[in-house]
Ligand binder design. Structure first.
Ligand SMILES: NS(=O)(=O)c1ccc2oc(=S)[nH]c2c1
Ligand SMILES: [Zn+2]
Length: 251
């Protein structure tokens, strides 16, 4: 994991030339330059029957995997032409304070960013196939803002060294009250950086406590077997050039 983050996003283009492509993510979202598109309907999240399976420290983030063998947990509406199936969610964060999100808003970053990753199971047979198609993935991005006074996220972040069982976790409790969003065509923000993501970024952040964020920072890049303990932090890619893309807003 370190080789990816250690040398940092600035050299990813050597192994992944698409890193300098025309629809890379994340980006800086400038609200006043976003195009209000009245044809953009609301985003609809059907997570009620969701079946979380496990939570893993995959070496550069903490990931909660879902059973995506059918359409029980889907996102639809908004910019999407059909339902996209929930596959996993994970976080990006920084080592301190207000840096850690991948997308920024008018140059401002948040402490962390949650990504709910979905794939187009109507058009593609597997996640892997969808991940290389221009309309294959839909990722819902939610900013996490630190407010040391509150801690409203009910779930505690497990100090996950390896795959841990996590049944019946419903990500609906991670959503803010407003589903107002910005949307644009982008990419995965980690290698292989495929340009296959329809991004839907919520404007309203969710509030976490400093303590909960501190638990992320306790997560380690290395598995328990490696003697060297490298702190997992700053696993976020900086904003990439817009290259003429239009960001649309829902309200
Ligand atoms: N950070 S992200 O763009 O949501 C994202 C989502 C899914 C991914 O699968 C691989 S592999 N890298 C990924 C990055
Ligand atoms: Zn991500």
């Amino acid at each position: 994991a370190l080789r990816l983050w250690g040398s940092g996003p600035s050299v990813w283009h050597k192994n992944y030339p698409v890193a300098q492509g025309n629809r890379q993510s994340p980006i800086d979202i400038v609200p006043h330059q976003a195009l209000h598109d009245p044809s953009l309907g609301p985003v609809v999240l059907n997570y009620d029957q969701c079946t979380s399976m496990n939570i893993t420290n995959n070496g550069h983030s903490v990931v909660v995997q879902f059973d995506d063998s059918d359409d029980r947990s889907v996102i639809q509406g908004g910019p999407l032409d059909n339902p996209y199936r929930l596959k996993q969610f994970h976080f990006h964060w920084g080592e301190k304070g207000c840096h850690g999100s991948e997308h920024t808003v008018a140059g401002n970053s948040y402490a962390s960013e949650l990504h709910l990753v979905h794939w187009n199971a109507v058009k593609y047979k597997t996640f892997g196939e969808a991940a290389t198609a221009p309309d294959g993935l839909a990722v819902l991005g939610i900013f996490l803002e630190v407010n040391s006074l509150l801690s409203v996220i009910p779930f505690s972040i497990l100090l996950v060294e390896k795959k841990t069982n996590l049944k019946g976790f419903n990500p609906k409790c991670l959503l803010p009250s407003s589903l107002h969003y910005w949307t644009y065509l982008g990419s995965l923000t980690t290698p292989p950086l495929h340009e296959s993501v329809i991004w839907i970024v919520l404007r309203e952040p969710i509030i976490v406590s400093e303590k909960q964020l501190g638990k992320f920072r306790m997560l380690l890049f290395t598995g328990e077997e490696e003697d060297q303990r490298i702190r997992m932090e700053n696993n976020f890619r900086p904003p990439q050039p817009l290259k003429g893309r239009k960001v649309r807003s829902s309200i």
